[in-house]
Design a protein around this ligand. Structure first.
Ligand SMILES: [Zn+2]
Length: 207
């Protein structure tokens, strides 16, 4: 009955069906500009309105906008602690914490999978946001394993800047070394499958 009344992925729906001491894992995955951090912040804010104890973490590598906040492209922000490794998250989660948010999950080591499983096993609701693919279209860091173990998955889409269709890829538009240019969102464009090329491509010209 409840399932018929509430949309799939609705977090209040999840909170209601999971009230009996068991935790779970939610993953919000998608390309750059797809609103992952925004969706994470939205869920964290609602958890706080519900007076749940919330802690938020992000990898130390990502301090581009702020050291102690996660910030979305649309300037939404939420307090967070920067940590060096997945194990640091486990060490810093307080016993009374009920919801743990993790942004930029793709930058963590593979221990993140064991860490979120451990937290969910303790009864914590864990929400991880991250890039599912790197700029070559390959699964990114621990994200594919997280998608496999998560109870609930939300795939977010950007809009292809070439054609306006839903975009599932982060197209790199400058030549640089390395899997990710941290904080260089002007080095990427959202592209659909037809307009994505798995190496650096020329930026889209706006007439
Ligand atoms: Zn396109």
């Amino acid at each position: 009955m409840m399932d018929k009344l509430t949309a799939e992925g609705n977090d209040e729906h999840l909170a209601q069906i999971n009230h009996h001491n068991s935790g779970w894992i939610e993953v919000i995955a998608g390309s750059m500009f797809s609103g992952k951090s925004e969706e994470l912040i939205r869920r964290l804010r609602r958890a706080r309105i519900a007076r749940l104890k919330v802690q938020v973490f992000k990898p130390e590598i990502d301090v581009r906008f702020s050291k102690d906040h996660i910030v979305s492209h649309s300037e939404m922000r939420h307090e967070s602690a920067a940590v060096r490794s997945a194990a640091d998250i486990l060490a810093r989660v307080l016993p009374e914490t009920e919801v743990v948010g993790i942004d930029e999950g793709q930058f963590f080591d593979t221990d993140l999978v064991a860490v979120v499983n451990e937290l969910a096993g303790r009864g914590v609701r864990v929400i991880v946001a991250g890039l599912d693919q790197d700029y070559t279209g390959q699964p990114f860091g621990p994200m594919p394993q997280l998608l496999a173990v998560a109870e609930y998955i939300t795939k977010t889409h950007a809009i292809c800047v070439r054609c306006g269709q839903p975009a599932n890829y982060s197209q790199r538009i400058v030549e640089v070394e390395g899997q990710v240019v941290v904080g260089a969102s002007d080095s990427y464009e959202a592209r659909c499958r037809s307009h994505f090329v798995p190496h650096a491509d020329a930026p889209t010209k706006y007439e």
